[in-house]
Design a protein around this ligand. Structure first.
Ligand code: UFG
Length: 336
């Protein structure tokens, strides 16, 4: 295993907001292995208490409740990691005010509570959704930001607010623009399935494990090698490593950064289905339906800035490893 299990010399006091969720819990596992002192703050709306390991403090609270935030910031922290957000792009187009409140207002509440407690460092889960339909591929950080859905807009709005707070209030932030996050911890430290997933990989895994009968492919007439949508899938263990490097960077250099986290390689929906059938030995039933609104044909990114500044590269993100680590978790839930 290449990700670190070394104890750090100088443990940081870290508040992980949304640390009981799918991505947050993977980062918590690595932070704990590095010997940091961690508090998870989560409302458990999509996260699981079972995702919080022994040795981690838990504060049950909501980012929309300023009293809850004030309560958790009674303890000292060196850095905040913020994963608490709504993330269904389609839903955000139907319910924009819900996304504005949870994502934008919630983030402002966190920043204001941080400042009141004199905490200056924050790592923010941003998204490739800030770019919108790609004007060129692979997408780099200089690509224009024109989100196609309201979810992506909320992430861009928070990035703008972080930039202003950095100028006006001297905070340091890292905005990490994830491409398609996937996979499960290679060491088996996280084993809760996401509730009601809307993303491709968990849906295909639910079919392989018998939890769902059939899936829909949203369009097979795109200008891609087989007509189905192509995405850049990045393993959550790689995301975790990037968060720790980003935290160390902003704290050591008293500086902010915005970077893509991706592999530079793309796989289509049919590539994924074929690979899952091979790994699981299960037939994946699907039907082809109309394109989903706002879906680009292909989304692939370069993460050269993360490589340059953080010395970070994806190491666990082969499609095979992503799917194998997911199957280890989903097969336990297998129903016949
Ligand atoms: N797809 C299907 N059927 C499904 C689900 C997805 O065919 O049931 C297709 C989509 O059309 C797309 C591909 O599978 O071509 C991937 O779709 P996902 O819903 O898994 O992911 P998206 O690329 O739409 O979006 C994800 C996250 C966003 C994030 C984005 C960044 O959900 O939050 O990756 O690249 F912004």
């Amino acid at each position: 295993m290449t990700h670190s299990t070394l104890k750090t010399q100088n443990p940081n006091l870290i508040l992980v907001i949304g640390g009981a969720g799918y991505i947050g819990s993977h980062i918590v596992a690595d932070l704990l292995a590095e010997g940091h002192d961690i508090t998870v703050f989560d409302n458990l709306s999509t996260g699981f208490k079972e995702n919080i390991p022994r040795g981690v403090n838990f504060y049950h609270g909501d980012i929309l409740n300023k009293g809850d935030l004030k309560g958790v910031f009674q303890q000292p922290f060196d850095c905040v990691m913020h994963f608490a957000a709504l993330k269904a792009a389609g839903d955000s187009m139907l319910n924009p005010s819900k996304y504005a409140e949870h994502n934008i207002s919630g983030s402002i509440n966190i920043l204001d509570a941080m400042l009141a407690a004199n905490v200056k460092n924050i790592i923010f889960s941003s998204s490739a959704a800030v770019y919108g339909a790609p004007e060129y591929l692979p997408v780099d950080e200089k690509h224009p930001t024109h989100p196609e859905n309201f979810y992506g807009y909320t992430k861009l709005a928070i990035e703008d607010i972080l930039n202003w707070y950095a100028k006006l209030k001297n905070i340091n932030f890292a905005a990490l623009r994830y491409f398609n996050a996937a996979g499960y911890d290679a060491l088996g430290r996280v084993s809760q399935l996401e509730r009601n997933p809307a993303n491709l990989l968990p849906i295909v895994m639910e079919i392989a494990s018998g939890m769902r009968k059939k899936m829909q492919i949203f369009g097979d007439d795109y200008d891609t090698h087989d007509g189905t949508g192509v995405r850049d899938y990045i393993h959550v263990n790689d995301l975790a490593t990037a968060h720790i490097k980003a935290m160390n960077f902003i704290m050591e250099n008293n500086q902010s950064l915005t970077v893509n986290l991706a592999t530079g390689e793309g796989f289509s929906v049919l590539d994924v289905i074929k690979a899952v059938e091979k790994i699981t030995g299960q037939k994946i039933n699907y039907e082809i339906v109309a394109r989903r609104l706002g879906d680009p044909a292909e989304l692939i990114a370069q993460a050269l800035r993360a490589d340059d500044i953080l010395k970070w590269k994806a190491k666990h993100s082969s499609l095979e490893n992503i799917l194998e680590t997911m199957w280890r978790v989903y097969r336990i839930h297998r129903q016949n």
